[in-house]
Design a binder for this molecule. Structure first.
Ligand code: FE
Ligand code: CA
Length: 542
């Protein structure tokens, strides 16, 4: 058990979310309707709402408040946004839902009391999809409060908005990048800070869950426990997502703004590559395990995607998104199509790499996704051309040695083609947004040898929300000594808050004093700035 403070929810700018949470608690405790076979109808307190489309699906009585996992929104485009929830009265034990499909309605209002409901819709949460809901809400621009109802229960309230129209001059945007929220090794103070900051959106760069089996609190740096064994089935992964999503700070960060979500490795298993598990001995059944993990990921993320089709089919989640005429973002998946890590994936070796590393056919993106990147980056008519992806792209080789074969350093031919493309096409204002490595870093990307040729972009590496550091803090000066590394901070957990205008990109690195404590303070570490047209990053002078 962990003493997560409800106070966080009551602080400052997320009060509106909190108020709605309280509403949900109240309405969730109302007596269930005696008649439980009536079609879904207008939810409570929606006096001026148009009557949602009646569903022919009867409503089974739910055993308790199904909105234990909060609400989320995601993948906004200029006319619509995905509204997410999952019905789970008993979230850590399979969800606790009756074996039946359940009608769900959603409402969106410009005021947090829902006195007038401008938009609403209905959908069905199915047993096949773990009673998850992905409702596509068509909404005008502006701030929208949204909530769901099912069987008389009402969800907490979230805040969302659609993206600016793609040809709209967009004066500024403020958004967060974050990744790596190991539940056992830290509390989600960074998420509480995100909720306080109220960004326009968040880009999640992977490692939403970790797959390790639960251990004892107090052992190996654990401040709380996964409790259950390592997940391998859909049911296991559902329970693991539910554990993570039970955290009120994570729920608050979802409720405050739409997210764009991609995954990394731990949503399935550490350092898996395509259909190769981390340990070759686990190859039998890995395709099915991966498929079920992908299904659980889809069920729990507010993504504008269909669920995966089959264990032997690709599940394409890479996609391009846009924010007005300011940001074009290509979101990549560097796990599903990659060649297995070279040279036995040895880490922190200072020996010269084996010949396998240099094979031209080795790929991190896969050929089709690499072409997709070339088709999108620089072609969205935006000021900034952004790549959101998982692993560090900045060159961190050490006298030719590859310290981490899981990163782009382990796929040099693929990286060289992409950086050369950026240079040859003279694509302006390239920013790469990265997670994975549990340290805060700023890198300068070059198309040629480190430190030599003209810069082709800047990489901002977000540290982990809560996952403990991968690289000993004693190596800080070594990491900072690499020619393309502008700065690195290895000690703290946190995230990045980006403020972007047509003139400049400002990345404020926010860090948690000590994520092992639930009330730890969050503050600014440093801010880094790119002036438009330079592809060069500098530390902001205080
Ligand atoms: Fe991670
Ligand atoms: Ca990772």
């Amino acid at each position: 058990m962990h003493p997560i403070s409800r106070r966080l929810f009551l602080a400052g700018s997320v009060a509106v979310v909190v108020g709605a949470c309280s509403d949900a608690t109240t309405s969730g405790s109302t007596t269930p309707r005696p008649e439980n076979t009536v079609a879904a109808t207008t939810p409570p307190s929606s006096s001026t709402a148009p009557t949602p489309t009646s569903s022919t699906v009867p409503t089974p009585r739910l055993p308790g408040d199904p909105f234990t996992l909060g609400v989320a929104s995601g993948d906004p485009d200029p006319t619509s946004v995905v509204l997410w929830t999952r019905l789970a009265p008993d979230p850590l034990a399979g969800g606790g839902m009756p074996d039946a499909n359940v009608p769900v309605t959603w409402q969106a209002s410009s005021d947090d009391t829902f006195a007038t409901v401008a938009h609403s819709g209905s959908t069905v949460a199915t047993t096949a999809h773990g009673h998850s809901v992905h409702a596509l809400a068509e909404l005008p621009s502006g701030t929208w409060y949204y909530r769901f109802s099912a069987d008389g229960f009402v969800s907490p309230t979230g805040i969302t908005h659609v993206a600016p129209a793609q040809d709209t001059p967009t004066a500024s945007v403020r958004f967060a990048t974050a990744s790596c929220q190991h539940y056992e090794t830290g509390f989600y103070r960074a998420h509480a800070d995100i909720a306080d900051q109220q960004p326009d959106f968040l880009v999640w760069l992977g490692d939403y869950i970790y797959e390790g089996g639960g251990g004892s609190v107090g052992k190996d740096g654990r401040v709380r426990s996964h409790v259950t064994a390592e997940p391998t089935t859909l049911a296991d992964y559902r329970n693991r997502y539910a554990l993570y999503k039970s955290d009120p700070d994570l729920q608050a960060a979802h409720a405050v703004c739409p997210w764009f979500v991609i995954w990394d490795d731990h949503e399935v298993e550490n350092n898996y590559a395509g259909l190769s598990p981390q340990n070759p001995a686990d190859a039998a059944g890995f395709a099915e395990r991966r498929y079920e993990a992908y299904q659980a990921w889809w069920e729990h993320m507010p993504v504008r995607l269909e669920p995966p089709a089959a264990a032997d089919a690709d599940y394409v989640i890479y996609r391009a998104v846009q924010w007005g005429d300011l940001l074009g973002i290509t979101l990549l998946d560097t796990r599903q199509y990659r060649t297995d890590q070279a040279c036995n994936d040895v880490t922190l070796s200072t020996e010269p790499p084996c010949d396998e590393l240099f094979e031209e056919g080795r790929t991190l993106t896969g050929d089709r996704q690499e072409q997709f990147l070339y088709d999108t980056i620089g072609n969205q008519q935006t000021v900034w051309n952004v790549i959101g992806q998982q692993v560090v792209m900045t060159d961190l080789t050490f006298n030719g040695a590859v310290l981490n074969f899981d990163q782009w350093d382990g796929y040099p031919a693929n990286r060289k083609r992409i950086l050369a493309h950026l240079a040859e096409q003279a694509i302006p204002n390239v920013v790469v947004l990265t997670g994975d490595i549990h340290l805060a870093g700023v890198g300068q990307l070059h198309s040629d040898d480190p430190g030599s040729s003209a810069p082709v972009g800047v990489e901002f590496v977000a540290t982990s929300i809560s996952s403990s550091g991968n690289i000993p803090a004693s190596l800080t000066e070594l990491v900072k000594s690499f020619p393309d590394v502008i700065d690195a901070e290895l000690v703290h957990r946190g995230y990045i808050l980006h403020t972007v205008t047509p003139a400049a990109w400002s990345a404020e690195y926010r860090i948690v004093d000590d994520a092992r404590f639930p009330d730890s303070a969050v503050s600014a570490y440093r801010t880094f700035v790119i002036d438009t047209g330079t592809n060069t990053v500098r530390k902001e002078q205080p």
